[in-house]
Design a protein around this ligand. Sequence first.
Ligand SMILES: [Mn+2]
Length: 272
Amino acid sequence: MKFRLFGFVLMLCTGMSVWAQQKPLIGISTGFGDNTVTVRYTYTEAVINAGGIPVLLPLAKDSLTAAETISRVDALILSGGEDVHPFNYGEEPAMALGGVNVARDKSDMWLLQSAAKLGKPVLGICRGEQLTNVTFGGTLYQDLPSQFPNKPVVQHNQKFGGAEPVHHVNVVKDSRLYEILGEEQVAVNSFHHQAVKDVAPDFKVVATAPDGVVEAIEGFPKYDILAVQWHPEYFAQQGNDFWKKLFQDLIIRAGGDKPIMKKPDVRQPKIR
Ligand SMILES: [Mn+2]
């Protein structure tokens, strides 16, 4: 009798794990503060809405831990956060540089490098886009208002909630981003004062604001990486089907478009 119960539980567990495999695990990089691992729930809910399972990744203390972590998820979202330390691209800090988080810079870079090595797809968001550019050899404007040539003409640090767009971006037609969105001009939200300056080798700029500020980069075909300067998760969290497409694309790249296996009927098999 004990054996039967054990067998039944084993079946149930096996069945559930097969079932659960169908939704890819989407690792999300996090920040920290006040003894807490932090990431806005807009990220986790955007992933859930698009059909993935969000997995929060606490800071990696070394590259091996980062690689082991990434090997167990199907994709990586590099979330927003602090300014990237300019030492990472060989510059001294400008007066208008904001707060940095060196431990997070390291962790995010290890996670990203691991994802690139293991061929796991990546979606970079805001800081995640800037850090992607820096990790692969690009540079940043440390502060747009004081450094961008001819000054930005649109507001990149909006004074209202992220669920409302603030400026437009022009999408390059020959790009994955255009394939996903199907629009040459889209309205986005904007919470940044840094931006891509020199784009990293093997990456290309695929969206720009009307003032010329870089708003999205891609690493295809060499790297399975798309990164945007705005925050699509705000819209996707609210069930916006248009912006949900960015997260669905990540899930497809993560293998989430595989046909769903049937849940095994646990009443059928018998353990003797
Ligand atoms: Mn912007």
